[in-house]
Design a protein around this ligand. Sequence first.
Ligand code: FE
Ligand code: FE
Ligand code: FE
Length: 171
Amino acid sequence: MGLFSKDIETLNDLFVHQLQDVYYAEKQITKALPKMIEKATDPTLKAGFQTHLEETEGQIMRLERVFEMHDERPKAVACPAIDGIIKEANEVAGDIADKAVLDAALIASAQAVEHYEITRYGTLIAWAKQLGRNDCAAILKETLDEEKATDEKLTSLAETTLNARAENVPA
Ligand code: FE
Ligand code: FE
Ligand code: FE
């Protein structure tokens, strides 16, 4: 864009920018999840992260479809928010010795990621609809539903089992 204009001028530009942002975020998440799978001890948690890694690969493909439907080449722009959430997750995990406490921390970190995604996809769907792209909104909604389901599974795993296990670790 030129010297006197900004890159984002219209709601459509903003929509595309947000798609690029979440495209970057999903790619970073596919790099972060294998490390979380490795660190997790509880088999249900490990399996949940594995399932979500596979879902995330599908979500990247959905975003590529939305880019194409919108006549845009798939492109990623840095998302400092997801970089920060992942950095924080790594820092906290690196400070925890006990495996049960680490599992509780991994759940909390993963939920921070899911909540970021939920807010972004919620906005993208609203903008897609506003722009008359219900077709794009429907695809993005499939991903939003996966993020919400993952978040709920993590809540239930924490509240039924893993938080209590972490509490019972001798100090
Ligand atoms: Fe995702
Ligand atoms: Fe972002
Ligand atoms: Fe997710």
